[in-house]
Design a binder for this molecule. Structure first.
Ligand code: UDP
Ligand code: MG
Length: 320
């Protein structure tokens, strides 16, 4: 194990027993063609099925297999982060466990890396086998993210990517809890380049990203890279005040110069509802940010590992 490892492949998994064997086989096949040393780091994110046991089995006869077993489900982004903390390769690749990201693309990423790029991200030019809702919501999200944030986060790009050791070391210095990994990688900088691919269907099983997790991920993406939602309150307030002022002038005009006395509390109810709604929405936005500040100040570790397999336990994973 003292040999320097060239490539680390990080595979986060949450209840992926239906696909994991095939994933292992396909990635293995691709990596063996590189002729270099590599390790496969499976991060078990609190699966309730046999995923972890299967990996443990593989690690009995395959010394490239490693397992980081979380004490519970901490979420995909945290699983990926743990993988980076433990990875020792010169280049580190993140790939989904469900074979939606074709492992064969890793070879193209490696080629780009050897050309001198420090981050090679996979850009989806087509997604097949996903629902209309998933595709449109994802596409919309990437565009909103692009419009609201100052840093350049590439659109239609997931976490499937290769990173140079330098990038991984910088990523390990970022302590934030509500992590949006692909945004952080953009933030870190370095020479980045895309490789394009068509996203396949999930091999088996169901998506582990229900709507709730999708919303959490999108909020993390937008809120950790942008203050714009907070500024919205200011703009909204100004627009409403301006409107109120003009309306007041009009009412005064009616009262002084005409005899049309306005009766109509229904309109008042309507206006009150709109204004109260706006205030509540902004309170919600404030709450989201304050919640995040609270998460950071608690200073809890990002994740808890039950056990590892194939990894040096003495490794100092993360500077908290
Ligand atoms: N995943 C995880 N923890 C979670 C949810 C998902 O580690 O809480 C893993 C999952 O096993 C898969 C990857 O993250 O390897 C992407 O999840 P999925 O394929 O379900 O998302 P989708 O492709 O539908 O967006
Ligand atoms: Mg998937």
């Amino acid at each position: 194990m003292s040999k320097q490892i060239k490539y680390s492949i990080i595979i986060p998994m949450y209840n992926e027993e239906a696909v994991i064997q095939e994933t292992y086989r396909r990635i293995k096949k691709v990596m063996s063609t590189t002729g270099d040393t590599y390790e496969l780091i499976f991060v078990n994110d609190g699966s309730k099925d046999q995923s972890a046991e299967m990996i443990k089995d593989y690690s009995c006869w395959d010394e490239t297999v490693r397992l980081i077993d979380f004490s519970r489900n901490f979420g995909h982004q945290i699983a990926v982060t743990a993988g980076m903390d433990y990875a020792s390769g010169e280049a580190v690749v993140i790939i989904d466990a469900d074979l939606q990201d074709p492992p064969e693309l890793i070879l193209q990423m490696i080629a780009k890396w050897k050309e001198g790029y420090e981050v090679v991200y996979a850009k989806r030019i087509k997604r097949s086998g996903e629902t209309f809702f998933k595709k449109t919501s994802a596409s919309l999200f990437y565009r909103v993210l692009r419009a609201t944030t100052e840093i350049d986060i590439p659109v239609d790009t997931g976490d499937f990517r290769l990173m140079d050791r330098k990038v991984v070391e910088e990523m390990k210095r970022l302590p934030e809890k509500n992590r949006f990994v692909r945004g952080l990688v953009s933030w870190v900088g370095f020479r980045q380049t895309p490789v394009e691919y068509e996203r396949d269907e999930r091999l088996a099983g169901e998506t582990k990203y229900p709507l709730k997790k999708m919303i959490k991920l999108s909020l993390d993406g937008i809120m950790s890279f942008s203050y714009k939602p907070l500024k919205l309150a200011g703009y909204l307030g100004m627009a409403l005040s301006a409107f109120g002022f003009v309306y007041l002038l009009y009412v005064l005009y009616l009262a002084i110069f005409t005899h049309a006395t306005s009766k109509g509390w229904p309109s008042l109810v309507g206006i009150t509802l709109i204004f109260d709604g706006a205030v509540l929405i902004m309170l919600g936005v404030l709450g989201e940010y304050i919640g995040r500040i609270y998460d950071e100040t608690k200073g809890r570790p990002l994740y808890i590992v039950r056990e590892t397999q194939g990894l040096a336990d003495s490794r100092i994973a993360r500077r908290e």
